[in-house]
Design a protein around this ligand. Structure first.
Ligand code: S3P
Length: 431
């Protein structure tokens, strides 16, 4: 248990929040399939990403972890070996789902598992298309939950997959499996999810075409480049300090080198519409992604809005912290079309609403989202993170404005995405 109370302090200064989790995972995965040298700088050394790294070491990839950079001497996509042990992906949904795509194209037996939370997360969303492509995938409860067993094949079948969900993990699993067939492979989503896999595959030399909501693999499916990837700061981590500054009197923070890929910046659109005082500047490009510095100032006059539809995938991981922001807005904020939140690291609709109420907020669950009524005085109280890093960070930030302390049962989970969170908080927490 940890107790926080930062009321009366402000957030000020500059931070380079940790590197992007999605891009760090993909850099190691694609680097391990590459025939060539991949250098990854600013890799996110969080538990989730280190679990991906460990899995590829167990799969025989030649990885030299020099701490400040990771060098992968890739021997091509056919070079992976049957792992001697079960691959334990900890808390990481992205790892297990994307690696399943890659293992579908490997002619060997592997078993993938994770922590008590990951073992409850649905895997049929990837298993269904990957089985259609020819992989054998088994799991608990009729193949739905980890541990998963995968027996892949050197040559898979093609697929034109109409994904029922806007999910980058599903899209990526199919595209990665698609590297192991010459037949047509495409994925069509109902709304655009983050496109880091497509961008990075291209950077490695793979032909990828994008046509509206459809992504198609072209003729060349070999990764054959010497490549250097510098991972930008994760907007999903920066978001905690962005919202912290917006709700805390006298605050002004600058978050540096944050990824501003349009599939990730839904929170900035929300800021615009709610009236948060923010600015995006120093826009640059880095390893195929746009990055920028983001300044956010205390914003006492924000208003509630409706959030839904195709904006949801662009801010899916920021909904808990946006809900905290909504407690300080004039009027109601209604978030819909976000039923995916029910199967994240926790049921985030439930854990966000319950904990907002626990600290004196006025919030209500919807089947596919939540309603937050604004201008509430948050009192503080007991919070249960349910092992979910983003819930633990959201309610740590809440303690900047609660009358009384916030007690959080488990904050260890924060290290899955943001091991230096409390150090960074200390850096910008000022009198
Ligand atoms: C991720 C995709 C999203 C996101 C997760 C990371 C990725 O999940 O919530 O934190 O790196 O592909 P879904 O694809 O399940 O929406």
């Amino acid at each position: 248990m940890a107790v926080f109370h930062f009321r009366g302090k402000k957030l000020s200064g500059k931070l380079r929040t940790p590197s992007d989790k999605s891009i760090s995972h993909r850099a190691v995965m694609l680097g391990s399939l590459n025939r060539g040298k991949t250098v990854v700088r600013e890799f996110l050394r969080s538990e989730d990403c280190l679990n991906t790294l460990k899995a590829f070491v167990e799969l025989g990839a030649e990885i030299d972890d020099r701490e400040d950079e990771i060098v992968i001497n890739g021997k091509g996509k056919q070079s992976l070996k049957e792992p001697f042990n079960v691959l334990d992906l900890g808390n990481s949904g992205t790892s297990i789902r994307l690696i399943s795509g890659i293992l579908s194209g490997q002619p060997f037996y592997s078993v993938l598992t994770g922590d008590q939370y990951l073992r409850k997360r649905p895997m049929d969303r990837i298993a269904v298309p990957l089985r259609t492509m020819g992989a054998q995938i088994f799991g608990r409860e009729g193949g739905k939950y980890p541990p998963l067993t995968i027996i892949g094949k050197r040559k898979l079948k093609g697929i034109d997959y109409k994904s029922p969900k806007a999910s980058a993990q599903v899209k990526s699993a199919v595209l990665l499996a698609g590297l192991f067939t010459d037949e047509p492979v495409s994925v069509t989503e109902p709304a655009k999810s983050r496109d880091h896999t497509e961008r990075m595959l291209r950077a490695f030399g793979v032909d990828v075409e994008v046509d509206g909501l459809t992504v198609r693999l072209g003729k060349n499916r070999e990764l054959e480049r010497d490549i250097e990837i510098t991972v930008p700061a994760d907007i999903s981590s920066a978001a905690f300090f962005m919202v912290g500054a917006a709700v805390t009197p006298n605050s002004e923070v600058v978050l540096r080198e944050v990824i501003i890929n349009p599939t990730r910046t839904g929170i900035l659109k929300v800021f615009e519409r709610m009236g948060v005082d923010y600015e995006v500047f120093n826009v640059k490009s880095s390893s195929g992604e746009e990055i920028a510095d983001i300044r956010v100032r205390y914003s006492p006059n924000i208003k509630g809005i409706e959030i839904g539809g195709s904006d949801i995938p662009t801010l899916i991981d920021e909904i808990p912290i946006i809900s905290l922001l909504a407690t300080q807005a004039e009027g109601e904020t209604v978030i819909r079309d976000a039923e995916e939140l029910r199967v994240k690291e926790s049921d985030r609709i439930k854990t966000t609403v319950e904990n907002l109420r626990n600290i004196g907020g006025d919030a209500e669950e919807l089947p596919d989202g939540l309603i937050v009524r604004g201008k509430t005085k948050l009192k503080g109280g007991k919070v249960f993170s349910h092992g979910d890093h983003r819930i633990a960070m959201t309610f740590t930030v809440a303690s900047l404005i609660t009358e009384n302390p916030v007690e959080i049962d488990d904050v260890e989970c924060i290290s899955t995405s943001y091991p230096g969170f409390f150090d960074d908080l200390k850096k910008v927490l000022n009198e």
